[in-house]
Design a protein around this ligand. Structure first.
Ligand code: NAD
Length: 259
């Protein structure tokens, strides 16, 4: 019996990195999945990986841009139409944006990152919470970041958006606890995904792997995290086992945020 047996779990950013790993992990735990991403082709890959782990898994794929409110309402409606309910929501899609000092950080870039990472998370919560309140149960896991709990530098838009995600998480946790709903956030450090590779390429260009070694040398554990490690935490937070955990922001970063 899996941790998420029969649960309907909705995930955004499911075509890559943390979302993809979380989808595969949740499928192994018995979840029925509604998977959302901008990238339709890569979403199919996630479906293939899910089916490799659990050939009986129910999977709905939805192509949507999380910064578009109407598209968000639509992915929530489609999920309810298909499965009748939403037990868990991994509100995860996000981008890093270009790295720059604050004075050089363009307003268009700032708006783009906020639109996806903060407004997208807000829209998702808004429509999913409506469904969960009606049900009288549910659990939401928002993806924040170490950059949402401390300064990391060169990331005005990202930092503002992820601090905002932490605020949205705590605000809704106190609003919806009485309806049997928990809202938590995860704060990953450097986990090796396409996003982190892109980030290292911004720092080191062709020598991005060297830049990576230097980057993790300051981590207490001296390594990058693995998407599967984050997926295990997400699965726990989406499950019944973590029911009384509400409003927390859990770092998963090898201890980086305590340095
Ligand atoms: P990733 O680039 O591998 O995956 C992100 C996914 O989100 C992609 O599939 C992409 O297509 C999708 N996406 C991007 N914009 C979208 C939009 N507007 N609408 C729908 N889907 C969209 O990155 P990842 O590392 O898996 O990141 C996932 C989340 O984790 C992000 O919110 C990111 O900020 C956060 N995070 C990652 C790390 C890390 O080290 N990897 C650390 C802290 C936080």
């Amino acid at each position: 019996m899996g941790k998420l047996d029969g649960k309907v779990i909705l995930m955004t950013g499911a075509a890559s990195g943390l979302g993809q790993a979380a989808a595969v992990y949740a499928a192994e735990e018995g979840a029925r999945l509604s998977l959302v991403d901008l990238n339709a082709e890569a979403l199919e890959e996630t479906q293939n990986l899910v089916k490799e782990k659990n050939s009986n898994a129910d999977v709905l794929l939805i192509t949507a841009d999380v910064s578009d409110e109407a598209a968000v309402k639509n992915y929530v409606d489609q999920t309810v139409e298909e499965f009748g309910r939403i037990d868990g929501f991994f509100n995860n899609a996000g981008i890093e944006g270009k790295q720059n000092l604050t004075q050089d950080y363009g307003i268009d870039e700032f708006r783009k990152v906020i639109d996806i990472n903060l407004n997208g998370v807000f829209f998702g919560m808004k429509y999913v919470l409506e469904v969960m309140k009606e049900q009288g149960s549910g659990t939401i896991v928002n993806t924040a970041s170490v950059g949402g709990i401390r300064g990391v530098g060169n990331q005005s838009g990202y930092s503002a958006s992820k601090h905002g995600v932490v605020g949205l998480t705590r605000n809704s946790a106190v609003e919806y606890g009485e309806y049997g709903i928990s809202v938590n956030a995860i704060a990953p450090g450097a986990i090796m995904t396409a996003m982190v590779e892109g980030s290292l390429r911004q720092m080191g260009g062709e020598n991005w792997e060297e830049a990576g070694k230097e980057f993790v040398s300051v981590n207490p554990m001296k390594r990058f995290g693995k998407p599967e490690e984050v997926a295990a935490l997400v699965s726990f937070l989406l499950s019944q086992e973590s029911e009384f955990i509400n409003g927390t922001v859990i770092p998963i970063d090898g201890g980086q945020s305590y340095k």
